[in-house]
Every structure is written in structure tokens, then in C-alpha cells.
Ligand binder design. Structure first.
Ligand code: F6P
Length: 361
């Protein structure tokens, strides 16, 4: 192996730069050059978007800065590039041609469930060895206990909750906070615990708005004479008939019960911030492991964390561990994804604190 290409695909999150940094350094140490594909696979359409990376010319804040210096790859179908004049370019062919022309003989890609679900087709065509590193604030990638970006997002959400706690207490209000995470409840559940929520609504657990309101009235106001608090709701939690986000209806029901209510959606703030120590460590460990896998001649692997150990699984394992369903953000695309484990100890913790987490025994 002489040259590794690096792609950061899907949505950005904290820790991607730390991963890029570690790939570049670890590869350099074994005499391998690294090339960044700015904007993902589609960088092959423009030579100026493929840049050689050197350990000593990386920005000084690579460990600390969220986002990615390589920008992100395309959202949607990465195999077809639609030109302004309506023509289309077959990206499988363009990618394969360019990568081989450049002499790039291995690829490391960071991505989430969406990117990995598409990887096989892309790399089977090309035959170029690849290793994938899981990143996402949603923590919904099958086969890994942790993804790059989750911990920093959780910290950012915690800061939002901290800031809201003091204002709700001053005004005797309730605020309904909408957290990101797509169809997975990990960020919301953990954000609710570390941010002191009175109710946590996640996609994986059915809920009742009247029961949530009763909980606030009985177990918060009546029991503790506390007239303020936070309710956190995952963006992927849905009310049935018609299917829609429950945030507005929860706020309305609380307001109808005589409480003063506001709603807050921290949105993309959850994707930025100073990268946490855990994310820097995980990104660095994943990256060094990925370079080593390629050095050993291995391909088609996803680097994962399982029971505190860095390991790798195959594309097949990734797919078999996931649930295949339609992507919320991309039309006509299915992904393998993993939801929150409702047998996890965090559920017992939430129940032990008397938090309303939905209709679950
Ligand atoms: O998958 C990461 C994520 O931040 C989700 O939590 C959220 O639903 C989505 O991306 C937002 O996507 P976009 O950046 O395209 O608005």
C-alpha cells in the first residue's frame, strides 16, 4: 500500500478532524501517503478537490475543532452526479477511473448508517480496499457501542439543558426540548438524564401525552411543589394518527393544563462545539486501527467499539446487525440502522429517577 484516500461522508460531527489527523500521522509513520477527497466521492470530478495531506501541514486545531476540513460527501444518491445541463455522470465509473489514475490503493471513509449502507456497491465496483469508521451524533450504526461525534453532541445538548434549567426555574415554566438523533433515541435519552429532564420521549418507546401531563402535575408540581422543568423529545418520536412530531402537542397539552410552556430546538448546535476528550480518543483509536487494517491487507471492514475494545466487523455483519428501513432524510433510500436498546441499564436509571419515559413497564 502506497496511497490512502480519505473521505468524510454523510453529516458532519465532532471528531472527524481528529480522525483525519490520526490517519495522516499513522499512515506517514509507515511510509504511506494520504489524500483528502474534499466533498467526498464527488471530489473526483475536480482535481483541485483532491489534496495531498502531510502531518506537519494540518491545522493546529485539528483535535479540538468539530466539522471536517474535507467537507462532507453528497447527501442522496452518490452514484449519479446531475450536471447543470441535465446530463448525468456515472459516479461509480468516474470514481474508479480517477482513483486508479492517482494510484490510490486504499480508502478510509468515515460515515454513518446511510454511508455504510451504500458502501458495498461503490467499492465492489472499484475493487479498491476500504475500511470504514463510524461517526454520527445519532449513535445508530449497527455493530458498534459508540460512534465518533456522539459524546460531544451529548455534551452540547447537556449545555443547552443546563442553560434552560436556570431560565425555567426563574420563570416557573416548562420547556419542551427537541433533540436530534433521527429514528434513534440514544441522544435524547442520555441528554435527558444528564440534563435533568422530567420526561423523555424517544422513538423506541410508545408514549401518551395525557399520561405525560399527569406525571408533570402529580410527580413534579404536586409532589415537590416545583413549577418548572424540562421535557426532552427525540425528533424521530412520532404521534400516531396522523403521524407527526409530538413536540407542539405536548406543549399545548401542558399549556391547556395551566402551565407556562415554551419549546426549544437546539438543532445543528448539537453537531458543533469543542470536541470532547472521549471523541478525540475514539476518533484517534479508530483511525490508527483503520490504517493498520489496511496495512495488513484487510478490506471491507467497519471499525467498531465493542465492550471497550476496538475491533472490526465485515460489511455482512454490519448489515445483519441492522434493521433495514427508509432514510428519514433521503427519499428513495434505505439504510441499515440500529435503534436504542430498551434493555439497556439507562432505562432502569431513568425509571429509578421517576422520569416519565413513556408507556413501558
Ligand atoms: O444524522 C445526523 C443528523 O444530525 C440527525 O440527527 C439529523 O436528523 C440530521 O442529521 C440533520 O440533517 P441535516 O444536516 O441534513 O439537516
Amino acid at each position: 500500500m502506497k496511497k490512502i484516500g480519505i473521505i468524510t461522508s454523510g453529516g458532519d460531527c465532532a471528531g472527524l478532524n481528529a480522525a483525519i489527523r490520526a490517519i495522516v500521522i499513522a499512515a506517514d509513520k509507515i511510509g504511506v501517503e494520504t489524500y483528502g477527497f474534499i466533498g467526498g466521492q464527488w471530489a473526483v470530478l475536480d482535481d483541485s478537490k483532491i489534496v495531498k495531506l502531510f502531518p506537519d501541514s494540518l491545522p493546529a486545531d485539528m483535535l479540538k475543532s468539530a466539522g471536517t476540513i474535507l467537507k462532507v460527501g453528497p447527501v442522496g444518491d452518490p452514484y449519479v452526479f446531475k450536471c447543470e445541463n441535465g446530463d448525468t455522470i456515472d459516479m461509480l465509473e468516474a470514481f474508479d477511473k480517477k482513483v486508479k489514475e492517482l494510484g490510490i490503493d486504499a480508502i478510509i471513509m468515515t460515515g454513518g448508517d446511510g454511508s455504510f449502507s451504500l458502501l458495498k456497491k461503490f467499492f465492489n465496483y472499484s475493487g479498491i480496499p476500504f475500511v470504514a469508521i463510524p461517526k454520527t451524533i445519532d449513535l445508530d450504526v449497527p455493530g458498534t457501542d459508540m460512534t465518533i461525534g456522539f459524546d460531544t453532541a451529548l455534551n452540547e445538548l447537556m449545555h443547552v439543558m443546563d442553560n434552560l434549567q436556570t431560565t425555567v426555574a426563574s420563570h416557573n415554566r416548562f420547556i419542551v426540548v427537541e433533540a436530534m438523533g433521527r429514528t434513534c433515541g440514544w441522544l435524547t435519552m442520555q441528554g435527558g438524564i444528564v440534563g435533568g429532564a422530567d420526561a423523555i420521549i424517544v422513538p423506541e418507546i410508545p408514549f401518551s401525552i395525557p399520561n405525560l401531563v399527569s406525571h408533570i402535575k402529580e410527580n413534579v408540581i404536586k409532589k415537590y411543589n416545583r413549577h418548572h422543568g424540562l421535557i426532552i423529545v427525540a425528533e424521530g418520536a412520532v404521534e400516531e394518527n396522523p403521524k407527526k412530531s409530538p413536540v407542539k402537542d405536548i406543549a399545548k397539552a401542558l399549556s391547556d393544563a395551566g402551565l407556562e410552556v415554551r419549546t426549544v430546538a437546539p438543532g445543528h448546535l448539537q453537531r458543533g462545539g469543542i470536541v470532547s476528550a472521549s471523541d478525540r480518543r475514539l476518533a484517534t483509536q479508530f483511525a490508527v486501527y483503520a490504517v493498520d487494517l489496511l496495512r495488513q491487507g484487510k478490506s471491507g471492514k467497519l471499525v467498531v467499539l465493542q465492550c471497550n475494545e476496538i475491533k472490526d466487523i465485515s460489511e455482512e455483519d454490519f448489515a445483519s446487525l441492522g434493521k433495514y428501513h427508509s432514510d428519514l432524510n433521503v427519499t428513495n433510500q434505505n439504510v441499515y440502522t440500529a435503534g436504542m436498546d430498551i434493555d439497556d441499564n439507562i432505562i432502569k436509571t431513568a425509571k429509578g429517577l421517576g422520569i416519565y419515559i413513556g408507556e413501558i413497564d
